[in-house]
Design a protein around this ligand. Sequence first.
Ligand code: AMP
Length: 198
Amino acid sequence: MTFKELGLNDALMKAIEDLGFENPTPIQLQTIPLLTGKQTDVVALAQTGTGKTAAFGLPLLELVDDNSRDTQALVLAPTRELGLQIASDLENFSEKFKKFNIVAVYGGSSISEQIRKVKKGAQIIVATPGRLIDLIDRKAINLGSIQYVVLDEADEMLNMGFKEDLDKILSFTPDEKNTWLFSATMPPDVAKLVAEIL
Ligand code: AMP
């Protein structure tokens, strides 16, 4: 099956062609039609290297409105490296078809610079949990208009002890939203998180 048959719009198709992706990977085949087709939560089992970033990233870029400056999507990742990788992939995927301000916030780097970027209006924020809590505590970020929350590598986030941070972050997002949880494995603590938040 091709990307076109998955129902992506022409502009996103052009962006995918430019990236050199010919056919969707198995995880993309399952998530893209589902997530672009209706408002829904989803649990996806996918490891790094399977194309998981595009599996949530392409639907996100199609659904988020670049004419609004509201922060509509929040992607949470366990590490600074993964967060930066996701933000860079989202920028690559979108640069040809929508004008997004995508901001990565993560520890170990100037918080004032990150606050400045967020204040300019970021439709999509990619964050590590600890730094995002810092920004919330400083009232530097408003999660009240979030429509999509992606938890990437949820198993790693729990392994790293981020459960309390996740609960706090999610409490600042609207009840009505779409939560997309990606995990390489499904141990009992991840299954419990799924039952709690989806
Ligand atoms: P990820 O699993 O998101 O870390 O992606 C692994 C790599 O596969 C990245 O370099 C992507 O750019 C690439 N990739 C993702 N989707 C596709 C696709 N449909 N066709 C070819 N390469 C892809």
